[in-house]
Design a protein around this ligand. Structure first.
Ligand code: ATP
Length: 320
């Protein structure tokens, strides 16, 4: 059996009358990336705060790194690192000083502290900036310093609460590389994000939090299979070809103005081939064919009814 880095059963938390976490279960195998996805205010940060011992739960059987959260929070704290939405970086001192301060907090000797700080500053490409006040750093540099500081204590489990919010695409990709490298080293990552493409890229398992409950859980592919919406779109320049195709094909949705037809499809090679064969057999050629497969946006909106726009670097439709 794979050991669980994080195991929560019946995790509950309310603020006054507001139930934020309504008895959720989470199981995160060691050495994997787990992403908790949800719209603003869904309770992601609350879950991170509880699992990282910053606040207490109202109920639930909670284990992190094999330790009972209620009985032995100190042991949990020794095994984890947390990087929140509000950075631990002190802007008035340099990046290096921030690192050394962290090393002090972890009771490393002066020499060991220097060694670890130097190694991490190198790893996170902060050597040049190391002697400058952190307040002068860009958003991406601050976030990298924040993670480097978290790693001073060599945590085996890291909670990253929206680590790329507000970063430009290049910095986001750098952060993704950092997260992948952590996992390659065997670290378990608990990641909250509003970015669906981020969860799609990084997470082994994704849980969608909505109304205090886990609305769905699985790999990105499993979640995508939960929602319908896959289709092929054929566009025609010639109205006669459009007419012939719309008569020849079954289950089509017509758009007479755009001269385009939408046909339900899973986008597989087999289905595409049979569609093209059928068009060939009736002597019709489409001018454009696009395949739309459901993505995590579709899942997210279907499950949460959220109107939060998802940032997505990838075009949803692939023109073939
Ligand atoms: N200390 C608190 N007192 C009262 N209500 C709180 C407190 N902390 C959080 N909440 C409420 O709990 C709910 C969940 O908040 P939380 O910060 O966990 O959401 P989130 O999913 O992390 O959202 P975001 O993506 O905006 O960070 C929100 O409605 C929030 O207003």
């Amino acid at each position: 059996m794979t050991s669980l880095a994080i195991a929560a059963n019946g995790l509950r938390k309310s603020y006054g009358d507001k139930v934020v976490l309504d008895g959720i279960d989470l199981a995160v195998p060691a050495g994997t990336v787990f992403s908790l996805l949800g719209p603003n205010g869904a309770g992601k940060t609350t879950a991170v705060k509880i699992l990282s011992t910053l606040i207490s739960a109202d109920g639930g059987d909670l284990h992190v790194a094999g330790h009972d959260l209620a009985a032995d929070p100190q042991a949990v704290r020794a095994a984890i690192g947390v990087t929140g939405q509000f950075s631990a970086v002190d802007g008035l001192i340099t990046g290096e000083e921030n690192m050394l301060l962290m090393a002090d907090l972890h009771h490393l000797s002066k020499r060991e502290g220097r060694r670890v700080a130097t190694e991490l500053l190198e790893r996170f490409d902060l050597v040049e900036a190391a002697k400058k006040p952190a307040a002068s750093y860009s958003g991406g540099m601050k976030r990298r310093l924040d993670i480097a500081m978290t790693l001073v204590g060599s945590p085996r489990i890291i909670f990253l609460d929206e680590p790329t919010t507000g970063l430009d695409p290049r910095s986001r990709h750098t952060m993704w590389g950092i997260i992948r490298a952590l996992v390659a080293d065997g670290v378990t990552v608990f990641l909250t994000t509003q970015y669906l493409d981020e969860a799609d890229e990084l997470a082994d398992r994704i849980a969608v939090l909505s109304d205090g409950k886990i609305a769905a859980e699985g790999s990105a592919d499993e979640l995508k299979r939960l929602v319908p919406g896959g289709h092929v779109r054929l566009r025609f320049a010639d109205p006669a070809a459009y007419q012939s195709a719309s008569v020849a094909l079954r289950e089509v949705t017509r758009d007479d103005e755009a001269l385009s037809l939408q046909i339900p499809s899973d986008g597989s090679q087999r289905e595409l081939r049979s569609l093209l064969d059928w068009l060939d057999s009736v002597g019709v050629e489409a001018d454009e064919l696009t395949v739309h497969t459901p993505d995590l946006d579709d899942v997210f909106f279907a499950l949460t009814g959220s109107t939060v726009p998802a940032q997505n670097d990838q075009p949803k439709e692939n023109v073939r």
